[in-house]
Design a protein around this ligand. Sequence first.
Ligand code: ATP
Length: 199
Amino acid sequence: MKLKTLEISGFKSFADRTKIEFMPGITGVVGPNGSGKSNIIEAIRWVMGEQSAKGLRGDKMSDVIFGGTSQRAPLNRAEVSITFDNTDRYLNSDYSEIRITRALYRNGDSKYQINGTTVRLKDIHELFMDSGLGRESFSIISQGRVESIFSAKPEERRSIIEDVAGVYKYKQNKDKAEKELTGVQDNLNRVQDILYELE
Ligand code: ATP
C-alpha cells in the first residue's frame, strides 16, 4: 500500500487547493518556519479520522478551517482528500485505489467519503483498524511523542504494544460480546422473576 496523493483545500494555512503527489521513495518537506510543513501532516491525520482538536493544535475542530490573513478573508470549509494505492490489498477493501475525503463546514456540518460514497467516521476507523495506520498509530510520530512513550505508565505502554500486535480489534469484539452477554443475563433474570410471580 502506498500513499499516492494528498489534496488540501481550506485546511489551516492551505487556503487554495493544493495537491501533493508522493513519488516512489522517501519524500522530504522543507520550508521556512511557519510555512505549513506540520499542517501537511495534520491534514493527513485529520482526513484519517483524527477527533482531537488539541491533537491538531487547536481549541475546537473548526480551528482547522482557514481562518484568514490580513489579505484574505476566512473560508467556510476545510476539505482534505488522501489517495492510497491498495493494489496489494493491504487495507481491507476490494478497491485497488482508495480515496478518503473529509470536509468540515463552519456551521459544524461534516462529511466523510470513501471513493465518493458518503460513509460514517466508524467506517474510516474500521478501514484502518489493525493496519498500523489511523489514529493513535505509530506511522505518524509527532514532536514530543517519543518522550511521552518513554514516560508512559506500564498500562499505557501495554495498550501501545497491543495496538501494534493487532489485538485491538479482538478486544473491541470481546467488549461488545461481553456487553451483549450482560444484556442477555438481565433478560434471563427478568424472565425468571416473571416465572416466580406466576408460580
Ligand atoms: P515549524 O518549522 O516552525 O515547525 P511549520 O512549517 O511546520 O513550522 P506549521 O506549524 O505547519 O508550520 O504552520 C503554521 C502556520 O499555519 C502559521 O503561520 C499559522 O498561522 C498557520 N495556520 C494554522 N492554522 C491556521 C488556520 N486555521 N488558518 C490560517 N492559517 C493557519
